[in-house]
Design a protein around this ligand. Structure first.
Ligand SMILES: NC(=O)c1ccc[n+]([C@@H]2O[C@H](COP(=O)([O-])OP(=O)(O)OC[C@H]3O[C@@H](n4cnc5c(N)ncnc54)[C@H](OP(=O)(O)O)[C@@H]3O)[C@@H](O)[C@H]2O)c1
Length: 332
């Protein structure tokens, strides 16, 4: 099998020929048709992720066909078209992951390869409404968006929702999921073109988060949002607390812009805000996300498709975030 392997810290991935995989008890080998990139893969290649231990095959998202089953696995899986839940070992508490929780593609070998081995519990049948490319795009980002919006944010059709940094892979799913249930969705972006793309996907409009005072203009034009889905944090976070409606919820699944400079405790308690963290999702969140995609026939937004051999070029693109939606790898 072939695999794009991280062979040392801060090095480009190396295309390696490796032994074909065999499953242990409870595991399956999946022959991958497609994979997709996440910001996590970029963070790992630039050395900004905890627990980097080369050599490791990166990649958390994948879709393919089950090739072989280990002892104790239902042979009915063989030959099935599947997608993979990249969150391994969530545990029994829907509120938070267990200490054993980890993500496919570090420390275990991931999906930037022609084959991957995973516990059978990670398999989910491939949605029929999606192509192979679209199927690989949904697992990590779709689950993260689903949990942030619904399990943590309790998003409802009559909510006004603001999604920040709409160019991000997770943010784009959050937009598609929130508009699918009929919520009123607004976005922010550093790019007018991305705001226009968001409007074409159902957003009411958007604001440039780099412009001074955009929050005040938002409230004047639109009114305060009930729910804010944010992955930036950073200096702009205080502005989001000012912007949120009284009783509003701000859900964070990332901190692309770093830590907030300050938290206004007065705003926090007087407005009775809920500041909530969110990470990936439980197995129920994963299957809830797939059900939602199928129910509303949601087509993931794919910015570009690269070959497996071109993975480094795709990762390099993420440096300046020109993308809208996902980068996908075509493997077979
Ligand atoms: N906790 C989890 O389970 C989890 C899961 C997935 C991702 N994450 C984290 O979430 C973040 C986003 O990941 P992703 O893969 O969806 O994104 P991505 O595709 O890498 O895109 C990042 C986007 O962030 C936006 N951004 C950058 N600086 C911003 C700022 N100051 N204010 C608002 N938006 C800003 C940009 O949007 P514009 O281009 O529109 O300006 C950019 O396109 C990353 O930090 C990632 O590590 C966490």
């Amino acid at each position: 099998m072939k695999a794009m392997t991280l062979v040392g810290k801060k090095l480009p991935l190396e295309l390696q020929q490796r032994e074909d995989l065999t499953p242990d008890a409870g595991q399956v080998v999946v022959r991958l048709s497609t994979a997709a990139l996440n910001r996590r893969d970029y963070w790992i290649t630039v050395g900004l992720y905890p627990g980097i231990k080369p050599p490791v095959v990166l990649g958390s998202d994948g879709a393919g066909v089950v090739l072989a089953c280990g002892d104790g696995v239902d042979r009915g899986w063989e030959g099935q078209d599947v997608i993979l839940n990249p969150g391994i070992g969530w545990g029994n508490d829907p509120a938070v992951q267990s200490e054993q929780f980890h993500i496919l593609g570090l420390p275990e070998d991931g999906t930037f390869a022609s084959e991957v081995v995973v516990p059978v519990e990670q398999l989910h049948r491939k949605p029929e409404c999606l192509t192979w490319e679209e199927s690989a795009a949904i697992p990590l980002a779709g689950t993260t968006a689903y949990r942030a919006l619904f399990a943590q944010g309790n998003a409802k059709p009559d909510d006004r929702i603001l999604i920040t940094g709409i160019g991000g892979g997770v943010a784009t799913f959050a937009l598609q999921f929130a508009t699918a249930i009929g919520a009123e969705v607004w976005v922010t972006s550093s790019s007018t073109a991305k705001i226009d793309r968001a409007i074409s996907l159902g957003a009411k409009g958007g604001f440039d988060y780099r412009e001074e005072g955009w929050e005040k203009r938002f409230v004047a034009k639109v009114g305060a949002p009930d729910l804010i889905i944010d992955s930036a944090g950073g200096p702009g976070y205080g502005g989001l607390m000012g912007l949120a409606a009284p009783g509003g919820r701000i859900i964070n699944y990332g901190a692309t812009a770093g830590a907030p400079e300050s938290i206004d405790m007065f705003k926090l308690f007087w407005k009775q805000l809920r500041l909530q963290g969110s990470t990936m999702g439980s197995p129920d969140d994963f299957s809830g996300m797939v059900d939602l995609v199928e129910k509303y026939q949601i087509k993931p937004v794919i910015d570009a498709v690269y070959s497996l051999e071109d993975t480094n070029r795709a990762i390099d693109q993420m440096r300046s975030s020109p993308q809208f939606g996902k980068y996908v790898l075509k493997i077979a």
